[in-house]
Structures are given as C-alpha cells and as structure tokens.
Design a protein around this ligand. Structure first.
Ligand SMILES: C[S@@+](CC[C@H](N)C(=O)[O-])C[C@H]1O[C@@H](n2cnc3c(N)ncnc32)[C@H](O)[C@@H]1O
Length: 255
C-alpha cells in the first residue's frame, strides 16, 4: 500500500468509533442525532471540559488569526455558538454566519447569538463562492465524515487570500500525558457531568468526545489533508500536545 493509500485508509478507519457508528454512511445521521439529544448539556459539559477557559482560549486563537472588525466569518459546525460568539466579539455584528447539521444545537445558538444560522453540513455549504474572509470550525473535525469534502467547501466559500482556522483536540502522544487525558476526559469528566446534570445523556456525550479524540487522525495528517485540499501556508499551533489550532490560506491567485 502506498503512503497516500495508507493515509487515506487511516483517515477513513479512524472516522469509525466503536459503539456510535457501524459504518461511515450512518455517520452523519448518528452524529446529528447525538448532538440533538445532548444539545442542552453541551455548554455545561464544555465548560467542565475546558475548566472555564473555553471562551478565552477560543477568542485568543481567533484574535491571533487576525479576526477583527469588518471581516466576514463563516463558523462551520457552530453548535451552540461557543466559537461564533467570540468571532462576533472580534468582528462585530452582522459579520458571522453559523452552519451546523444539528437543529437542536442551532436552536440554542439562535437564542444566544441571534446571528444568521443555516442547517447544513460542512461537506455541502449552501453559501456563495468567495464570500468569506474566514472559515472557522471549533472542535468538529472529529465529527465530519468527509474531511476532504469539508476542506474543498471551505476553500470554495473563502475569497482568494481568505483563511481557514480550525480548533481541535487530539490525544497526546506522550504515554503519561495520554494516560492522564484518558483518565480525566474519559473517566472523571463523564462522572462529573452525570453528577452535574443527573442525566446519562451528558456523560454519553463526554465519553463520545474522548473516544473520538482517541481515534482521530494525528495532527500532522490533518495538515497533510489541508495541503492536499489546496490550502497554502498551512500551520499548527499546539498546547500540551492536546489542543491544536490549524491554519491555512486560500491562494490569492484563485477564485
Ligand atoms: C463539539 S460541537 C462544537 C461546537 C462549537 N463549534 C464549539 O466551538 O464549541 C460539534 C458540532 O459539530 C456539528 N457537526 C457534526 N458533524 C457535522 C457536519 N458534517 N457538518 C456540520 N456540522 C456538523 C454537531 O452538530 C455539533 O454541533
């Protein structure tokens, strides 16, 4: 098997997470159903997970990426609006559009942000070509079934020179850090979220997060897929080998 085939196989196989999807075709339906069922717990579970630093971290990464007043941002997989809210703070009103596949997540985002929201997938964005300065995506790469299609769509809706900014988590490579992350994210947080909400759906969401983190393609493979999809100036900034910020740019000489 060639390196490319090997990597494609890795990309496909790691998309499958035991107990959640039997095959890739079911992925979108199951992901949407999971986020619909657990939408009401997302913000609580998310603040447990980030120990309250989530908004600050998202805003800092967007600011460093150059998101500022006047730019147009499409936040893909907007969820309840955690990343979009920080983009709004930096870019101002009317600057941010959110897209997500889950109607329940979108309903919460609508109540919180009141920005234009569209129910659609990352792989088929119902948006005009060359209409955005930034395409952002927070913690959703792991859920997207066809990464290349999602990157192709991001490239299409970006204006030439526009930027893609992706935040994602991956399992640390160091075995001690990995064991700690497995214990904290995979075992402690599901119990804490169960205690907090008294509903098993919240701990299901947390366990699902850890399984997808554990199975996801390595950070360097994400960068390779971005490059293969047509992005240039691709880079990664990482904290603790756990939190990753991937950036890329649409070439200026394309439309
Ligand atoms: C972990 S939440 C992230 C929410 C938000 N971006 C944040 O920063 O917290 C993941 C979101 O991705 C959405 N999602 C999953 N697969 C998707 C896809 N293929 N296209 C669009 N949205 C998707 C889910 O419905 C969910 O709302």
């Amino acid at each position: 098997m060639s390196n490319v085939e090997d990597r494609q196989d890795t990309v496909r196989s790691q998309m499958l997470v035991d107990g959640y999807y039997a095959d890739p075709a079911q992925r979108l339906r199951n992901v949407r159903a999971l986020f619909n069922r657990t939408a009401r717990y997302y913000d609580g579970v998310n603040s447990l997970f980030s120990l309250g630093s989530g908004a600050w971290y998202r805003r800092t990464r967007l600011r460093r990426a150059g998101v500022r007043a006047g730019v147009r941002v499409v936040d893909v997989a907007v969820g309840t609006g955690a990343l979009a809210r920080e983009a709004l703070r930096l870019a101002g009103n009317d600057a941010v559009i959110g897209v997500d596949v889950s109607e329940e997540m979108l309903a919460i985002a609508q109540r919180k942000l009141g920005i234009p929201l569209i129910q659609a997938t990352a792989e088929a964005l119902p948006l005009a070509s060359a209409s955005a300065d930034y395409v952002t995506m927070g913690y959703a790469l792991r859920h997207v079934a066809d990464l290349k299609a999602a990157f192709r769509e991001a490239l299409r809706v970006l204006r030439p020179g526009g930027r893609i900014e992706l935040l994602e988590i991956s399992a640390p490579r160091n075995k001690f850090s990995r064991a700690f992350a497995a214990f904290f994210i995979g075992a402690v947080l599901p119990v804490l979220s169960l205690l907090m909400t008294r509903d098993r759906r919240s701990s299901t969401l947390m366990r699902y997060h850890w399984k997808t983190i554990l199975r996801y393609i390595p950070p360097d493979t994400v960068l390779s897929v971005m490059r293969e999809s047509g992005f240039i100036n691709v880079s990664r900034f990482s904290d603790f080998d756990l939190f990753h910020h991937y950036s890329g740019q649409k070439p200026k000489d394309t439309d």
